[in-house]
Design a protein around this ligand. Structure first.
Ligand code: NAD
Length: 351
């Protein structure tokens, strides 16, 4: 199996590429622009693996995309490249519209030209998975879950640009008959997550004894999924999902933000003790504009139809994540402002 992965130097993309190459033995061409969020160090375990090739390119560059398809000749495309941070989309939406909308359009067109010229057997076998977020559905009240039928109602420039890209992918399936699938997943967490995101930010600020910022009252609810469970789901959807379908991905781990932060604090008390409780560092900050109250996924379709289930629940996944950050300063240190070199013994409790 020959797979083009876009955004494979990012958080989820790198977990996916590690899974496809190391576990599944696929040949992967990883296309990534290496924005601030892309990091080749996340792929260092594949350094000597010849099944992984890296191409530094922008998905908005049509010539580069055509060349990638023509020279690599993929059986499958898994499209993850995106601008992904909601706060950045609020202060500067340009890159979000460019990469998420124009970039997806460019990639779809390059894929269509390539697919159109394939011999009939390979044309039948070809697939394109567009990877998206549950944020396209907007916000839930206290009850209910997002299903694949939930109407789109995005709140932020990020989720609006992802919603637009989902519509493009679905239109290319309906209009041109392209073999496209779409996945919408809840919030991911785990190793190699850029330190601006909630969970790594809390772990690393707690480590440095800095304040732990929580939006509003911390009551917004997210449905957390360990990133390696998402990577397995994407592989299953791309290779076994029904063409033209959408699959929601989530692990039924709803948590209020404040409870996530407090759980990280308890783990930090145990793995990196200080003379004070880490919880005392929590500080409530002005809420994000348009902050969705609650996301929660119904993943029944994926579970029943394709037999996927999450291996980690939030308690097991968050403990692994905290320990990973304490053991891997080589990865996150250079990404922190004012970093002056690695320290020893960040993980003080063994196990
Ligand atoms: P990320 O920001 O960590 O990684 C994005 C990657 O895309 C980076 O490596 C970046 O360099 C690359 N990229 C950005 N613009 C590009 C361009 N124009 N051309 C080529 N490469 C470019 O994001 P992530 O959290 O890994 O998310 C990956 C995908 O999964 C996104 O499409 C996102 O919308 C979706 N998603 C994320 C989550 C989540 O919780 N993080 C949940 C559901 C869905």
């Amino acid at each position: 199996m020959r797979v083009i992965v876009t955004g494979g130097a990012g958080f989820i993309g790198s977990a996916l590429v590690r899974h496809l190459v190391s576990v599944k033995g696929y040949e992967v061409l990883n296309i990534d622009k290496l924005t601030y969020a892309g990091n080749e160090a996340s792929l260092s375990v594949l350094r000597s693996n010849r099944s992984h090739r890296f191409m530094k390119a922008d998905i908005c560059d049509r010539t580069a995309m055509n060349e990638a398809f023509d020279t690599f000749a993929p059986d499958l495309v898994m499209h993850l490249a995106a601008e992904s941070h909601v706060d950045r989309s609020i202060t500067g939406a340009d890159e979000f519209v460019q990469t998420n909308v124009v970039g997806t359009f460019t990639l779809l067109e390059a894929a269509r030209m390539y697919w159109d010229t394939l011999p009939s057997e390979r044309r039948k076998a070809f697939r394109f998975l567009h990877v998206s977020t549950d944020e396209v559905y907007g916000s839930l009240g206290n009850t209910g879950l997002f299903t694949e039928e939930t109407p789109y109602d995005p709140s932020s420039p990020y989720s609006a640009s992802k919603a637009a890209s989902d519509h493009l992918a679905k239109a290319w399936a309906r209009t041109y008959g392209m073999p496209i699938l779409v996945s919408n997943c809840s919030n991911n967490y785990g190793p190699y997550h850029f330190p601006e995101k909630l969970i790594p930010l809390i772990i690393l600020n707690a480590l440095d004894g800095k304040s732990l910022p929580v939006y509003g009252k911390g009551t917004n609810v997210r449905d957390w999924l360990y990133v390696e469970d998402h990577a397995r789901a994407l592989d299953i959807i791309a290779t076994r999902g029904r063409i033209g379908e959408t699959y929601n991905v989530g692990g039924s781990n709803e948590r209020r933000n404040i409870d996530v932060v407090k759980q990280v604090c308890l783990l930090m008390d145990s793995y990196s003790p200080k003379p004070f409780k880490h919880e005392s560092l929590i500080s409530y900050v002005t809420d994000r504009p348009g902050h969705d109250a609650r996301y929660a996924i119904d993943a029944t379709k994926l579970e029943k139809e394709l037999g996927w289930s999450a291996k980690d629940n939030f308690d097991t996944g968050i403990e692994k994540t905290v320990k990973w950050y304490l053991e891997n300063e080589w990865w996150w240190g250079p990404l922190r402002i004012g970093y002056t070199g690695s320290r020893l013994g960040l993980l003080t409790k063994s196990g």
